[in-house]
Design a protein around this ligand. Structure first.
Ligand code: FE
Length: 198
């Protein structure tokens, strides 16, 4: 009889434990379901951009490292407001600065060269060399995606180089550069903004 009571007590205890574990598991599972539901609930567009005024464009995801395919388009008036007359002439009118006048021609500091109009990263000091032409020269861009190369106007067989993101004129590329590419990206100093490595 005594043996029977102990067995019954043990069975009851084990059953109670199993129920408790079952409940805990169920509670955890409910919590997981609630979390998953919260994650999959779409956030209304109005909430995402609540802090932005009409016409404003979010720049949070814009990277200056690699052209993401989203072009920057501005009116001529806006470019004139943003750029100096000399920069406007080179960047927006495909002008060429006089050789040996650009401040970046002799720059030997370590860092990166960005588009002076939209800040997209274009060249690294690692690929800069002295071409003895009077213009900052590089043997390759940071990434081919960041520049657009296209034939110059009719009657001119030079290849023009533009910023891929804002379409600004940067210079030309020639095939008389050093190894490893054999290319010479002949850039206008006015078209570039240098950022020293930190
Ligand atoms: Fe640009």
């Amino acid at each position: 009889m005594r043996f029977g009571i102990t067995t019954t007590f043990t069975v009851l205890t084990v059953t109670a434990l199993l129920i408790a574990i079952g409940c805990a598991g169920s509670a955890a599972s409910q919590n997981e379901n609630a979390a998953a539901a919260a994650q999959s609930t779409p956030v209304p567009a109005a909430t995402k951009n609540a802090s932005m005024t009409a016409g404003e464009t979010s720049t949070a995801a814009v990277s200056d490292e690699l052209f993401d395919g989203k072009k920057i388009v501005k009116t001529d008036a806006d470019w004139r407001k943003q750029l100096s007359p000399e920069q406007y002439y080179v960047l927006r009118e495909e002008g060429t600065e006089r050789p040996y006048t650009g401040e970046l021609n002799d720059n030997k500091e370590v860092g990166d060269y960005h588009c002076a109009a939209c800040k997209l990263k274009l060249f690294s000091s690692k690929t800069k060399y002295d071409s003895e032409t009077g213009w900052p020269s590089f043997y390759q861009p940071i990434n081919k995606k960041n520049v657009t190369e296209k034939p110059e106007k009719a009657g001119d067989d030079r290849i023009e180089v533009e910023c891929a993101r804002c379409g600004s004129h940067l210079g030309h590329v020639f095939d008389d550069g050093p190894e490893p590419t054999g290319l010479r990206y002949c850039m206008n100093s006015l078209a570039l903004k240098f950022e020293k490595a930190k």
